[in-house]
Every structure is written in C-alpha cells, then in structure tokens.
Design a protein around this ligand. Structure first.
Ligand code: ADP
Ligand code: MG
Ligand code: MG
Length: 201
C-alpha cells in the first residue's frame, strides 16, 4: 500500500492555503449570513502563516507538519475556527507520532482522533451545523479512499443548509440559521478537496 511522507503533508497544507485564499470571499459571504463575516479572512491569515512557515522551516515528519500547523493556526486566527482547526491538526499530528511515512488508513485513524478532540473542545455533536458535519463524515470516508473523503466532506457541508445551529455564533440566530450553509463546514470541505487533489484522487 502507498504511504505518504512529510512532503505530501506540506503539499496538502500548501494546497489548502491556496484553496482558502481562492475561496475566502465565499467563506466570508457565508459567515456574513449567519455569523460575523470574518471566516474567510480568519482562515486566510492562518493558512498563509502555515504555508510561509512550511516553506521556511519544513518539518521532517508528517506528525510534525500537522502539529506545527495546528499550533500556528491557534496563535494566528482570532475566531473560533482557529483553536478548532488548530486542535484538529495538532491532535491528528500527535496521533501520527514520529512515523516517517503514513498510510491513508493510518491518516484516517489519526483524523478520527482529531475530530473527537474538536468535538470535546467545542462541545458540538453531529447535526449541530458546524465544521464537524463535514469533518466527521470525511474522516470516516477516508478509510475507503481520498475521493470518498472529498465527496463526504462536500455532502456534509451541503447537509448543513437545513440544520438549526446549536453551537458558535450562528446559534444566536436560532431558527434564522436554517437555510444557510455553515462556513466552517464549507472550509472543511476545501481542506479535504485539497487532500484529494494532492493525492491525485
Ligand atoms: P467566529 O465565529 O469566532 O467568527 P469563524 O467565523 O472563523 O469564527 O468560524 C466559524 C465556524 O466555526 C462556524 O461556521 C462553525 O463551523 C465553527 N464553529 C463555531 N463554533 C464551533 C463549535 N463549538 N464546535 C465546532 N465548530 C464550531
Ligand atoms: Mg466568523
Ligand atoms: Mg469572528
């Protein structure tokens, strides 16, 4: 089976940074409907910092790439999404340990631990209209293939439209949050699309 080294993980996060940059306007537009219109700018700032550091001081293992990026997101993103995505990457990286190379199924297992940590930190469950509605299905589908993970994340983001927000700023809107796609679930779909792209899926 194929395995993935530090370079693959650097390429993933660099592709994610480019996707966030490209889609920042759309993310902010979604956040203006049910939040405070900063999700695009928040992630642009965070992932730009991640990409710059990866280029300057490239870590040697997949785990170190992800934990370093997570730490950087936490320190550079002001909004709720910084600590949440930061925790996702840090916990996932920690679960990978100091392995030089990682299999797709190994990454899927590590991501499941990362997703659980996001849920613990933010107190959200599936169906609460958050990033977890894309991240959870994507991490699970990654056990099957990179393409399945991309599709599950996209479907998960779309599935947030009819949901009532129970966590984060959107929850302040109550019923008025229904009918809008969650910004964080949308950015999570971008991250898994970037992963599938880099894997050639
Ligand atoms: P803020 O709401 O602080 O402005 P962002 O706009 O960057 O932060 O991110 C908002 C996104 O964060 C939401 O769309 C949602 O997906 C996610 N989010 C907010 N609170 C939680 C939570 N408690 N658990 C999981 N995800 C959350
Ligand atoms: Mg916001
Ligand atoms: Mg904000």
């Amino acid at each position: 089976t194929e395995t993935y080294g530090a370079g693959f993980f650097r390429d993933w996060l660099t592709a994610a940074a480019a996707a966030v940059d490209r889609e920042a306007g759309r993310l902010t537009e979604l956040d203006s409907a049910i939040g405070d219109a900063d999700h695009g700018a928040n992630l642009q700032r965070g992932f730009a910092a991640v990409a710059a550091t990866l280029e300057k001081e490239p870590p040697a293992t997949p785990g170190a790439v992800l934990t370093g990026a997570g730490r950087q997101l936490i320190s550079t993103v002001g909004g709720a999404s910084g600590p949440l995505y930061g925790t996702l990457l840090r916990r996932t990286g920690k679960a990978l340990g100091d392995a030089e190379r990682v299999s797709r199924t190994g990454l899927a297992e590590a991501l499941a631990a990362g997703v659980a940590a996001v849920s613990r930190l933010g107190g959200a469950r599936p169906g609460d209209k958050t990033m977890l509605d894309a991240l959870g299905p994507a991490a699970e589908a990654l056990g099957d293939s990179f393409a399945a993970a991309r599709e599950a994340a996209e479907a998960g983001a779309l599935a947030t439209v009819p949901m009532l927000a129970r966590k984060g700023r959107a929850s302040y809107l109550g019923e008025r949050s229904v009918g809008h796609q969650d910004p964080g679930a949308t950015s999570s779909a971008l991250l898994f699309a970037a992963l599938a792209d880099v894997a050639g899926a």
